[in-house]
Design a protein around this ligand. Structure first.
Ligand code: MIC
Ligand code: SF4
Length: 647
């Protein structure tokens, strides 16, 4: 039987397990990336593992999220990461060099290799045929130490793209169409592979927009073949030697198949507050807008920016609109300047931001109360812009730029002929913002600012687990609900006790106080709990508050791994209707938890007794023996230490 592209890469990196969907496998990781909002924690954990140097082929530490320096905290964390990188053999990408995914695909991604990143949009590098996966910081720390990365072997989905995009329709519309069809839960446990005759006309930056937002499907990753288009991109980046071809075998077997005729697509938008709430721009109509933000790791490539500049050239931004533009990398910004396109943007009235995540993660540019904000980002989760009452619509760069001019949501097809932009044959390469590590790091001093606080570590599970229901929440709760992140909170990513006081507050402002008063307990949730970010803080903050288990209808992949890594039990209702048999402050107990968790791994249900209502609720969990062992040890760090002692 033939292999898919990802099965080929996995088979070459397989350390243990069987490549059968649903089985736990371990793979070798060639490259890692971190960014600063998850990186501080990942490096604290790497230090706790106690190795002298990373063992990967390449590891890069990016500074791109926490770039507003309104106090000492972010700058302190940046210095910490820089000194850790120097000491342990990691390349350091300075603030200003760009968003991790954009820079990684430009300068480091290699087809056929594996990449693990402490950011959920790591699959961006699937755009050049890399198996690129997002994970929690601790998993990345282990991979930096040369340890295996464990994941459930995903099912394979083929999406065939045929035909040509119409003028003014772009890659963003393709992935929004995929989201419309599959929804934010549709990719869980799956890898999405793209195929079809349309690929010959999709450049690497366009492919990367699509793989980037595969994260919004909940997919493990997404991948494109590595072909002549990939070779042209790598060669334009001056690194043709990194090219490796990759395609599926002709008889590769897929579990699911979709077909999209690109010629049928029209400009789309994802309405508040979910990336799968998709409709045509035409149908939504000309709603008045207050803000347009162009950038983020989804649509900040040179091609995207040149299109925007061409649309803005010789025109003016509407008086009621604030247009902010953040080019994805210093390379993009430099080339925009060289070509005069930056000048066109500035002349039109755009506010140019540094090359960083910026508005996408609420690091500045929070819109006004009740604002309508159009963004080329990948996520429009509730509150993420920094303004709870704002309505964020996700659109492609063409819709964004056209609307910035008119002041209303605009179908760009009304603007006349579309600008014709093609990939340059040479990108200007300047890596002087990438700082190499010390040859020998043993004498390098790691500098820690006062904001860095010890992170909570769980205890081994013994006896019963008892406590009250501390909160009940619905379906599709995102990590932005669990651990909100905005300009005020992001500086505390290395201070979990501080962050814990904000945990789940968008759902219930009383949650942290209640959890503390009750001495911890249980979270009850609907389907797809923890979708979105890879932030481990969405597990660390509940741990800090004493949360022992989460009972949910289903979990998002990265968040479930983060819960297990921190010793918090992720339990799935066997009968989803049992969700209704749990109320706030109900008293729950898992008797003899140790034995029950072992049984879970062998497929037996675990009983949660609701003492308040005198009923027993059967739960399951797709736990491997390894994961059960980690839970029993009280998390991955404890487990790793215990195993080191017995070796
Ligand atoms: C995001 O887009 O939500 C982030 C911020 O990049 C996160 C990482 C984080 O929470 O620090 C992600 O996608 O994993
Ligand atoms: Fe940064 Fe936004 Fe991309 Fe996350 S999604 S890495 S915050 S640009």
């Amino acid at each position: 039987m033939g292999l898919t592209m990802s099965q080929k890469i996995i088979s070459r990196h397989l350390l243990s397990g069987e490549m059968t969907a649903g089985c736990e496998i371990a793979i070798r990781i060639d490259q890692t990336l971190t960014q600063d909002s998850t990186g501080t924690m990942a490096y604290l954990q790497f230090e706790a593992i106690g190795l002298p140097r990373v063992k990967t082929e390449l590891s890069v530490a990016y500074i791109d999220h926490n770039t507003l320096q309104t106090g000492f905290e972010n700058a302190d964390d940046h210095r910490y990461i820089q000194t850790v990188a120097k000491k342990y053999g990691i390349l350091f990408s300075k603030p200003g060099n760009g968003v991790c995914h954009q820079v990684h695909i430009e300068r480091f991604g290699v087809p056929g290799k594996t990449l693990l990143g402490s950011d959920s949009h790591t699959p961006t590098c699937g755009g050049i045929g890399m198996l690129a996966i997002g994970a929690g910081g601790l998993d990345v720390a282990v991979a930096m130490g040369g340890g295996p990365y464990y994941l459930t072997m995903p099912r394979m989905v083929k999406i065939e793209l045929s035909g040509r995009l119409q003028p003014w329709v772009s890659a963003k519309d393709i992935i929004l169409e995929v989201l419309r069809r599959l929804t934010v839960k549709g990719g869980v446990g799956k890898i999405i592979e793209y195929a079809g005759d349309a690929l010959a006309h999709l450049t690497v930056p366009e492919r990367a927009t699509i793989t980037n937002m595969g994260a919004e499907l909940g997919a493990t990753t997404s991948i494109f073949p590595s072909d002549d288009v990939t070779r042209a991109f790598l060669s334009a980046q001056g690194r043709e030697e990194d090219f490796q071809p990759l395609e599926p075998d002709a008889d590769a077997v897929y579990d699911e198949y979709w077909h999209i005729d690109l010629a049928e697509l029209e400009p789309l938008a994802a309405r508040p507050h979910s990336p799968d709430n998709v409709a045509t721009v035409r149908r939504i109509g000309p709603i008045a807008i207050d803000q347009v933000a162009i950038g983020s790791c989804t649509n900040s490539s040179l091609m995207d920016m040149l299109k925007v500049a061409a649309i803005l050239k010789g025109r003016s931004v509407h008086p009621d609109v604030s247009l902010v533009i953040a080019p994805g990398s210093r390379q993009v910004l430099n080339m925009l300047a060289d070509r005069g396109a930056l000048s066109d943007m500035i002349a039109a009235g755009a506010r140019i931001l540094e090359s960083a995540c910026g508005p996408c993660i609420g690091m500045g540019q929070a819109p006004r109360t009740n604002a309508v904000s159009l963004r080329t980002n990948n996520r429009n989760f509730y509150g993420r812009s920094g303004t709870a009452s704002a309505s964020v619509y996700l659109v492609g760069p063409e819709v964004a730029a056209a609307s910035a001019l008119t002041g209303v949501l605009t179908d760009p097809r009304t603007l006349g002929p579309a600008p014709q932009i093609s990939l340059p044959s040479h990108f200007s390469v300047n890596d002087n913002l990438i700082i190499p590590p010390a040859e020998n790091g043993s004498s390098v001093e790691v500098i820690r600012g006062p904001n860095i606080k010890p992170f909570p570590v769980n205890q081994a599970i013994a006896g019963d687990i008892a406590g009250k229901v501390l909160i009940t929440v619905g379906d599709d709760i995102t990590t932005d609900h669990i651990m909100p992140s905005n300009a005020k909170l992001l500086p505390y990513r290395s201070n979990v006790p501080y962050l814990a006081d904000h945990c789940l507050t968008p759902c219930d402002p009383e949650f942290p106080a209640r959890a503390k008063a009750e001495g911890g307990g249980f979270i009850v949730a609907g389907a797809n709990y923890g979708q979105g970010s890879s932030r481990e803080h969405a597990a660390l903050a509940p741990l800090q508050l004493g949360v022992r288990a989460v009972l949910a209808k289903s979990f998002a992949r990265i968040h479930m791994a983060n819960l297990i890594n921190n010793g918090i039990l992720p339990l799935q209702f066997k009968n989803p209707a049992d969700y209704d048999h749990l109320g706030l402050l109900d008293e729950l107990i898992i008797e003899n938890a140790e034995a029950q968790i072992r049984d879970l791994a062998s497929g037996q249900p675990l009983a949660v007794l609701n003492r308040t209502r005198s009923i027993s609720i059967a739960c399951s969990s797709d736990l491997s023996d390894r994961q059960a062992r980690i839970l029993l040890a009280g998390g991955l760090l404890n487990d790793t230490r215990a195993r080191e002692q017995t070796d």
